[in-house]
Each structure stands twice: as structure tokens, then as C-alpha cells.
Design a protein around this ligand. Structure first.
Ligand code: NAD
Ligand code: IPM
Ligand code: MN
Length: 362
């Protein structure tokens, strides 16, 4: 029997609630399959840990995580700890230390999900965002000079290395080629006259190696509009760290809401663990009440299963979510229902159990 050692970081706010349901789903799938199992190790890191210990994780935290097969993370951030500390010292340090330079975020309108767009068909919203995840606008390079004085100056530098830019664009071309889909680059070279001019040049250069992939290139402002007015033109998308962050929240809104948006932080070389998490944050406004939607976290578990090579279970989770959505029962309040977080998780376990048994029995 194969054992996958998973590091679980439930984190803050609704993080622990939604992670619980994801773990239930993963355990049930392993139990039904019986050729593999999960061994979960929990790390109590986050804002509460910070208030006790003055740090977001143990000093050797990265070292503790490095041999796990994957990391499963809920959410990070809570009032009382400045966001730039809580996020930089936990989530962002993991993405960077483990060179998780690919952030995969599907924007797909599942059957039964409610889009913020009127009259849109399911197959018209089916995109995959490939967001650069370790540098760009999130390089963390800058300075704060003459603090509090009249001549105060703040610098926040974006860093676009050739290696970092080329590898994310090449990764996206490989996905588009494999899936026979179009690839759209989203940038902003009219105003960002170094970084995005460079991005566009690299995109052009790499495209020469993929003559079979049909490409498009949009400015980010126009792309934000087109995602709403004509989402069907987007298939595979490659973009920078900040643009990808913002546009995938737009994506969440048009594809069923933030409670459904999943993401995977991938180290494609598999030198380090990859990390699976919902796109949403810790939602302090609803934390601790059983109101949070666990489906994004459950969908990110399907990305984990894909990553381990169990594509059939990845698909089963997606179609299980569709079945759950179509029943209209067992939805949390953000989707117009009255179910609790754990009722949704338990229903997902029930749906998957019967789906998988049906498959096995024939
Ligand atoms: P948020 O995603 O936490 O919440 C935005 C809105 O969406 C809120 O109204 C919230 O109630 C709702 N929402 C989010 N997830 C939901 C779910 N699963 N079910 C139902 N409703 C849900 O974003 P925010 O309010 O901008 O940030 C809150 C905190 O989370 C901040 O500290 C922020 O830095 C942090 N954050 C962390 C991550 C992460 O850990 N990956 C991502 C985004 C924000
Ligand atoms: C996300 C989040 C993070 C990001 C924050 C919390 C640093 O918004 O994963 O989308 O911007 O990458
Ligand atoms: Mn975000």
C-alpha cells in the first residue's frame, strides 16, 4: 500500500473548518481505493501561533515541510496580525522556498453553479489560469525611506527574471499544446515599460517553439472586461503574479463564487512539495459559525489527486461537486442554501462513495 505523507496547515479563520472537510474526502477516497492511504501531519501555524510565539511558523518550519508529498493549506490571516506579516511569513514563504512557481487556478463553471453573469452557458466559462507564483510584483523587493518625514518615499519593485518568466510561459505552452487549447497571455506593456515589454517579448520568443498553439495577447485592463463580456474566448491563460491574483477573483465571481475557487501551487520538477489550497482567504467575517463553503478546498484536493496521478478521482470530485450543486440541497449560505460546512463535506463523502462504488461494481 502506498502512503502519501501530507502536511496540513489549517491556518486561520475558516481555514480549519474547510480543511476538515477536504481531509474527510481524501480519506474516504483512499479507503475506497485501498491501494493507497494518506498520513496527515497537522501544523498549528498561523495567527494564533503568532500571538503565542511571535512568529507564524517554527524557525525550521520549511525544513520540517520539505519531505512531505504535498501540503494542504486552509487560509492565513486574521485581524490583530498585520496581513503583510502573516502572509509573507507563512503562505508566501512556502510558495517561494519550495519554488512553487506555477499557480494553477481553474475557472470553470460547473453544472449547477451560479455565475454572476446572466445567461451564460457552462461551456462558455472553462479556463485555466497559469499564474506566475514566485516573483514578479510579489518579489518583496523595495524600501521605505524617510519614514514619517515630508520626503517619505516607498519603493515596491517588481522582479521579472528571464528564468522565471520563460519557465512559466513555457509551462503554459506545454499545457496548451497537450490539451489542444488556445493560450492567452495577459500583460500590460503600454504602461509597464520594462517588465511587461519583457514579458511580451519572452511570450513571442517561446511561441516560436509551439507553432501548433494558437495564441492571443491582451492588456490586463481589457482582459478583465473581456472575462465578463466574452469569457468563452479564454482557454489557457498565462499571466504575472499580481494580475493572476486579481483576475482569478474575477474568475471566481463568474464561475460559481469564491467558495468554489481552487488553486494548486506546483513545483513541476517535484524537488519540493507542492501545495493545494482554496483561492479564498480566512473570511474572518464568517469564521467559527459553520457557514463557510468547503467546496473550494475539496476541489483543491482533486488537484492534489491529479498531481499524484489519480486523474479518475480528480474527475470524480469535480463531478461529485456537480451532483451536489444540482441537488440544490446541502449548499452553504453563500450559494443560497442553509447547510453547514460539515453537512456539505459529509454529503460530498456520500456522493463520492456511491459514485466510486458504482464505477467499481461496473
Ligand atoms: P476572503 O476570501 O477571506 O473573504 C472575502 C469574502 O468572501 C468575505 O465576505 C468572506 O466571507 C467570503 N468567503 C471567502 N471564502 C468563503 C467560503 N469558503 N465560504 C463562504 N464565503 C467565503 O478575503 P479577504 O476578506 O480579503 O481577506 C481576509 C483575510 O484572508 C486577510 O487576512 C487576507 O490577507 C487573507 N487571505 C488569505 C489567503 C490565503 O491564505 N490563501 C487568500 C486571500 C486572503
Ligand atoms: C491568493 C491570496 C494571496 C496572493 C495573498 C493572501 C498573499 O490573495 O492566494 O490569491 O495574493 O497570492
Ligand atoms: Mn487572491
Amino acid at each position: 500500500m502506498k502512503t502519501y505523507r501530507i502536511a496540513v496547515i489549517p491556518g486561520d479563520g475558516i481555514g480549519p473548518e474547510v480543511i476538515n472537510e477536504g481531509v474527510k474526502v481524501l480519506n474516504k477516497i483512499a479507503e475506497l481505493d485501498s491501494s493507497f492511504e494518506f498520513d496527515f501531519t497537522y501544523f498549528p501555524w498561523g495567527c494564533e501561533f503568532y500571538t503565542k510565539h511571535g512568529k507564524m511558523m517554527d524557525d525550521d518550519g520549511i525544513d520540517q515541510l520539505k519531505d512531505f508529498a504535498a501540503i494542504y493549506l486552509g487560509a492565513v490571516g486574521f485581524p490583530g496580525v498585520p496581513d503583510h506579516i502573516s502572509l509573507w511569513d507563512l503562505l508566501l514563504v512556502i510558495r517561494k522556498s519550495f519554488d512553487q512557481y506555477v499557480n494553477l487556478r481553474p475557472v470553470q463553471l460547473l453544472h449547477g453553479a451560479h455565475s454572476a453573469l446572466a445567461n451564460v452557458k457552462n461551456d462558455e466559462i472553462d479556463m485555466l489560469f497559469i499564474r506566475e507564483n514566485t516573483e514578479g510584483e510579489y518579489a518583496g523587493a523595495g524600501d521605505w525611506l524617510f519614514k514619517g518625514q515630508d520626503n517619505e518615499v516607498v519603493l515596491q519593485n517588481a522582479v521579472f527574471s528571464r528564468k522565471g518568466t520563460e519557465r512559466i510561459i513555457r509551462y503554459a505552452f506545454e499545457v496548451a499544446k497537450r490539451e489542444g487549447k488556445t493560450l492567452t497571455s495577459i500583460s500590460k506593456a503600454n504602461a509597464l515599460n520594462y517588465s511587461m515589454v519583457f514579458w511580451d517579448e519572452v511570450f513571442e520568443e517561446v511561441s516560436l517553439d509551439y507553432p501548433e498553439v494558437k495564441t492571443a495577447s491582451y492588456l490586463v485592463d481589457a482582459a478583465a472586461m473581456l472575462m465578463i463580456t466574452d469569457p468563452k474566448r479564454f482557454e489557457i491563460i498565462v499571466t504575472s503574479n499580481l494580475f493572476g491574483d486579481i483576475l482569478t477573483d474575477v474568475g471566481a465571481a463568474i464561475a460559481g463564487g469564491i467558495g468554489l475557487a481552487a488553486g494548486a501551487n506546483i513545483n513541476p520538477e517535484r524537488r519540493y512539495p507542492s501545495m493545494f489550497e482554496p483561492v479564498h482567504g480566512s473570511a474572518p467575517d464568517i469564521a467559527g459559525k459553520g457557514l463557510s463553503n468547503p467546496l473550494a478546498t475539496i476541489w483543491s484536493a482533486s488537484q492534489m489527486l491529479d498531481f499524484f496521478g489519480y486523474k479518475e478521482y480528480g474527475k470524480a470530485i469535480a463531478s461529485g461537486i456537480e451532483e451536489l450543486l444540482s441537488t440544490k440541497e446541502f449548499l452553504t449560505p453563500d450559494m443560497g442554501g442553509t447547510a453547514t460546512t460539515s453537512e456539505v463535506g459529509e454529503k460530498m463523502v456520500e456522493i463520492l462513495t456511491s459514485q466510486i462504488k458504482r464505477k467499481v461494481l461496473g
